[in-house]
Design a protein around this ligand. Structure first.
Ligand SMILES: Cc1ncc(COP(=O)(O)O)c(C=O)c1O
Length: 322
């Protein structure tokens, strides 16, 4: 990062940012890609560039865009979100079909389908490609666009053995984060057609995401794409190990077979403690987890956590829950 060649990326003159964008576009099999500061901005600029105010988008009820982006989809994109409840975040084509509005001036026009792969609140669930293919077919029949919130797309790819490019080809826009599991301090990508990415560039500027000598960040992104994709398997193995051990702890509810990638969600109702109490008690032991409801906790494995760390975390969780 310190040695990165830089320029002014707002003028498109940062060679390292340009190299990352080309690499990302190539990886996803898209014409163009653009570097943005966060996964949230990646989703928002992609949605904004493909919708008009008053349009409706279809998404899972627990998706990130609807729940965790500070209402940006309403405030910045001006669209309604027609939410449907998927199973662990995975929507079926028939559910989407039923949510598409009839062509009648009483209704908001349905414009875009937004899927999340892997699904965060769904516990890192991997979208079955077969379902995506069917949803794409429906989108084509009904003239809808598709956006993939692929914040953890490479986790899905490593877990399923399906290339990121293969997932991406069914979407008009695809985002992914070089932060999170890929290990960078900052950054996300949006990829799509060259025309779409030019629109996205305008909204990135509007939303305050145009950065100047961003090559220092893009250099980390390039490193991550070169070195940190295949190793995601280690995170998945560690997550599975953690899930199995949690399953053996009295009072913890978890289905270890559902852990497909690097996210481990579990419930502590039967321990008589709240998620907040458990996470607060774990914090001084260096075990950082997130309460995602009154009783549910999310743990995420990543490149700074190895197998021995998992063993230690398990000991400390046992101690706190005993
Ligand atoms: C599925 C998904 N999309 C988007 C984001 C947003 O990423 P960021 O935190 O970089 O804004 C997250 C963050 O957790 C996420 O899980």
């Amino acid at each position: 990062m310190a040695e990165a060649e830089v320029g002014d990326d707002v003028f498109g003159e940062d060679p390292t940012v340009n190299a990352l964008q080309e690499k990302a576009a190539e990886l996803l099999g898209k014409e163009a890609a653009i570097f943005v500061p966060s996964g949230t901005m990646a989703n928002q600029v992609a949605i904004r560039a493909q919708t008009h105010h008053g349009d409706e988008i279809i998404a899972d009820k627990n998706c990130h865009t609807f729940n965790y982006e500070a209402g940006a989809v309403a405030a910045l994109c001006g669209v309604l979100v027609h939410t449907i409840e998927g199973k662990r975040g995975i929507l079926k084509v028939q559910q989407i079909k039923e949510a598409i509005r009839p062509d009648d001036y009483h209704f908001p026009p349905t414009r875009l389908i937004c899927l999340e792969n892997t699904h965060n609140r769904g516990g890192g669930s991997v979208y079955p490609l077969k379902e995506i293919v069917k949803i794409r077919q429906l989108a084509e029949e009904t003239g809808l666009l598709m956006h993939l919130d692929g914040a953890r797309l490479f986790n899905a790819s490593v877990a399923s053995g399906i290339e990121a490019k293969e997932y991406a080809r069914y979407f008009d826009s695809v985002s992914f984060c070089v932060s999170k599991g890929l290990g960078c301090p900052v950054g996300s990508i949006v990829a799509g057609s060259a025309k779409l990415i030019e629109m996205v560039r305008r909204y990135r500027k509007m939303f305050g995401g145009g950065m100047r000598q961003a090559g220092i960040l893009a250099a980390a992104g390039i490193y991550a794409l070169d070195h940190n994709i295949s190793r995601l398997k280690e995170d998945h193995d560690n997550a599975k190990k953690l899930a199995k051990a949690l399953h053996a702890i009295k009072g913890v509810a978890i289905t270890p077979e559902e852990v497909e990638t690097n996210i481990v969600n579990f419930d502590v109702t039967e321990t008589g403690m709240s998620a907040e109490l458990v996470t607060n008690r774990l914090k001084p032991y260096g075990v950082l987890m997130l309460g995602i409801s009154q009783t549910r906790i999310r743990a995420v494995t990543h490149l700074d956590v190895n197998g021995e760390d998992i063993d230690q975390a398990i000991d400390r969780i046992q101690h706190v829950l005993a």
